[in-house]
Design a protein around this ligand. Structure first.
Ligand code: HPA
Length: 268
């Protein structure tokens, strides 16, 4: 542990005492879920030691603690990405904080580009595995033997089942697939997208994978859902842009919000 998780958790607990069950890390377009939290306290990241403030537009930078559908939750509204600092373990303190606050489960959301025609922009994709071909890992430099982490079931099968059931209950189509991490911030080339397809990826994105590895290292259960904002480079007629990501993310995000609410309702 880097040591700041407890310090940050103490600041959150001073503002709102209690223990929490689920941590939610919200990517582009999902920030508004933080406004739906009941009995909430909001702590700006700037007040939390070693919490990286995201420089990406469409990312707020605050922790919101409260309840959603009766479940005590902590929302991290906005995340820092590897490409903002070059540090793959940039999200370590935020994840340690969730662990210290009692969260047994972390659910991550992100915006991603699709590699499959059937997985269209505007729809959610439940991540069932990832490909990390970046050569980077947030556990590099870790000395504990725990660094040899088993990630063969990183995306918790039981939670995936519960999320799929929740999607069915609320009548939302949710695809499932493999997410491949690219560092960004430039988008992929069409040749890289063809490579990713050949390697078995269904979507590509610039986040989540290092956080999933850290969350598993901290022994939290993990699930992740992408909001598909575009087809990968070379698979759509228009150019890729962050504006498109910001414009499209809320479509899938509205569906993800419904699914997450139902998931929490089923859990309460
Ligand atoms: N590539 C990488 N990250 C992304 C994309 C993409 O096509 N869309 C949204 N985030």
């Amino acid at each position: 542990m880097s040591g700041y998780g407890k310090e940050c958790a103490d600041i959150v607990r001073a503002a709102r005492p209690g223990s929490y069950k689920v941590g939610l890390i919200l990517g582009s377009g999902l920030g508004s879920l933080a406004d739906e939290i009941e009995d909430a306290v909001r702590v700006p990241y700037s007040r939390l030691t070693e919490f990286p403030v995201s420089t990406v537009s469409a990312h707020a930078s605050e922790l919101v603690a409260g309840t959603l559908e009766g479940v005590p939750v902590v929302i991290l509204s906005g995340r820092a990405h590897y490409y903002e600092s070059g540090n793959p373990s940039i999200m370590r303190t935020p994840l340690e904080t969730l662990k210290e606050l009692g969260c047994e489960t972390v659910i991550l959301t992100n915006a991603a580009g699709s590699l499959r025609e059937q997985i269209a922009p505007g729809f959610p994709m439940l991540i069932n595995d990832h490909i990390n071909w970046s050569g980077l890992n947030p556990l590099i430099g870790e000395e504990d033997e725990k660094r040899f982490l088993d990630v063969s079931a990183a995306y918790d099968p039981e939670i995936r089942k519960a999320l799929s059931a929740a999607a069915k209950t609320v009548g939302e189509e949710m695809h499932e697939g493999v997410y491949m991490w690219f560092s960004g911030p430039s988008f992929e080339t069409p040749a890289e997208i063809r490579m990713a397809q050949t390697l078995g990826a269904d979507a590509v994105g610039m986040s989540t994978v290092p956080e999933v590895i850290l969350a598993r290292f901290l022994e939290m259960r993990v699930a992740a859902i992408s909001t598909i904002t575009n087809m990968g480079a070379g698979l759509q007629a228009t150019n890729l842009s962050h504006d498109e990501t910001k414009q499209m993310a809320p479509l899938g995000a509205a569906k993800i919000k419904k699914i997450l609410r139902q998931f929490l309702k089923d859990m309460a």
